[in-house]
Each structure stands twice: as structure tokens, then as C-alpha cells.
Design a protein around this ligand. Structure first.
Ligand SMILES: *Cc1c(COP(=O)(O)O)cnc(C)c1O
Length: 220
């Protein structure tokens, strides 16, 4: 099984880097969750990663995630890290443990309704468009406080904030901004950092990092 050792080695290397960055920041490595982003990766690599002991995975499409994960759901924590349409809320609430991309009132209302209807609780993150990029999803930084309040009024279990910094800028100021916004809203979880910048994210307080290509190789 050529994939097995490659993904297991990559995982240990990423975990090492996370631990080193955490210690540099005076944090415990145990306070950072590695989310393995499995979107568009072949099943053999996913199975090798499961065999290596990785239990937390991120997917960006509901439909793709259902096909891949319904047969592998046991013992896995699954996170939605891509945009969610309101017409997919029922499937998303049924499949995912965590939805990291709550970014508008209509979606927040649909999630509240579906969680009540199905008596299911999914942990939620609000996505923040820290770079205010027009093509990118997420709540504008100035609207975060108000949107957190709306979600809380709906009774939603919001535990943190998530961001995807602009590709063309240093990520650190965006990570620092997300940490500030979370702190002032009493939110303890920060989903930030991808393959290129997860160590920086951990130094700035990430409680989870979403790593795809550094674990699995380039997407097919
Ligand atoms: C694809 C994706 C990632 C992982 O990206 P890599 O650069 O491959 O680590 C992380 N977060 C989100 C939201 C993604 O869509």
C-alpha cells in the first residue's frame, strides 16, 4: 500500500509542526485540532489516513461528503468548511458534526429550524471575510458582533469563528483580527490556517487548522 506510509508520514510531520508552533506560543499542542481536508482526494488516501489514526476531517461540498463519508462515518468527526446553501441544510445537519461556514441570517434561521425539527445539535462557526473580498463568503468584520448576537438569539450553538485570508496577502494580520473578534464576542474557538500557513495560525491562537494538500498531496 504505497499511500499508507506517505499519508501517515505527512500526518506526523504536520502534527510535529503544530506542536512546535504551539510550544513557541506557550500553548499546549493538545489545544489544536488537526482537521484533515479530504475534498477531492481519492478514497485510498482517505482510508490510509483513517488507518493512520486521523479522526477529524473537513469537506467543502455536502453531496461529495455524503458519498464519501456515510460509509465511513463511525468514529469520525466531520466538518463542513465550504459554503452551505439553504436547500442543503437538512442533509448537512444530518451528516456533519460541525458547520464552519455560517455567514448569513437566512442560513442561521434555516439551521435553527432544522436542528429543532430533527432534534440534532451541530456545533457552529461563523465565517468571517477578514479581507472583505467581494468573491468570498463570510460576514464582514464590522458585522460580526451583530451576527453573533442574531445567532445567539436563535439559540444556535456558535462556538467559534473561521476565516480564509486573501491568497495575495500575509495571513498573520487576518489571523490576529479573527482572534480579536472572537475574544470580544466571548467565543473560544478559532478555525484558521491551511497547508501554507497553519504554523502561523497556531502561533496566533488557532484551535483548529484545516490542512489538505500538505497531508494528502495535490488534489486530483
Ligand atoms: C481546501 C480548503 C482547505 C485546505 O487547503 P490546503 O491548502 O490544501 O491545505 C482549507 N480550508 C478551506 C475552507 C478549504 O476549502
Amino acid at each position: 500500500m504505497p499511500h499508507s506510509s506517505a499519508v501517515a508520514d505527512a500526518r506526523l510531520s504536520v502534527l510535529d509542526h503544530i506542536a512546535e508552533a504551539a510550544r513557541e506560543a506557550g500553548r499546549s499542542p493538545d489545544d489544536v485540532t488537526l482537521v484533515a481536508v479530504s475534498k477531492q482526494q481519492p478514497d485510498e488516501k482517505i482510508d490510509a489516513m483513517l488507518a493512520a489514526g486521523q479522526t477529524v476531517y473537513g469537506e467543502n461540498r455536502v453531496q461529495e461528503a455524503m458519498g464519501r463519508w456515510i460509509p465511513r462515518r463511525e468514529g469520525v468527526e466531520l466538518r463542513l468548511i465550504g459554503p452551505l446553501q439553504t436547500n442543503k441544510v437538512r442533509e448537512a445537519v444530518a451528516l456533519f458534526d460541525v458547520i464552519e461556514t455560517v455567514d448569513r441570517e437566512k442560513l442561521a434561521q434555516a439551521l435553527a429550524r432544522e436542528m429543532a425539527r430533527s432534534d440534532t445539535s451541530v456545533r457552529l462557526y461563523i465565517q468571517v471575510n477578514t479581507g472583505q473580498e467581494p468573491q468570498k463568503a463570510g460576514v464582514a468584520p464590522a458585522e460580526v458582533d451583530g451576527f453573533v448576537a442574531i445567532c445567539r438569539d436563535l439559540g444556535l450553538p456558535v462556538e467559534g469563528l473561521m476565516c480564509i485570508p486573501p491568497e495575495t496577502e500575509p495571513a498573520e494580520p487576518h489571523f490576529a483580527m479573527l482572534a480579536d473578534l472572537a475574544a470580544r464576542n466571548g467565543l473560544s474557538k478559532l478555525s484558521m490556517g491551511m497547508s501554507a500557513d497553519y504554523a502561523a495560525a497556531v502561533r496566533l491562537g488557532a484551535t483548529s487548522v484545516r490542512v489538505g494538500s500538505a497531508l494528502f498531496g495535490a488534489r486530483g
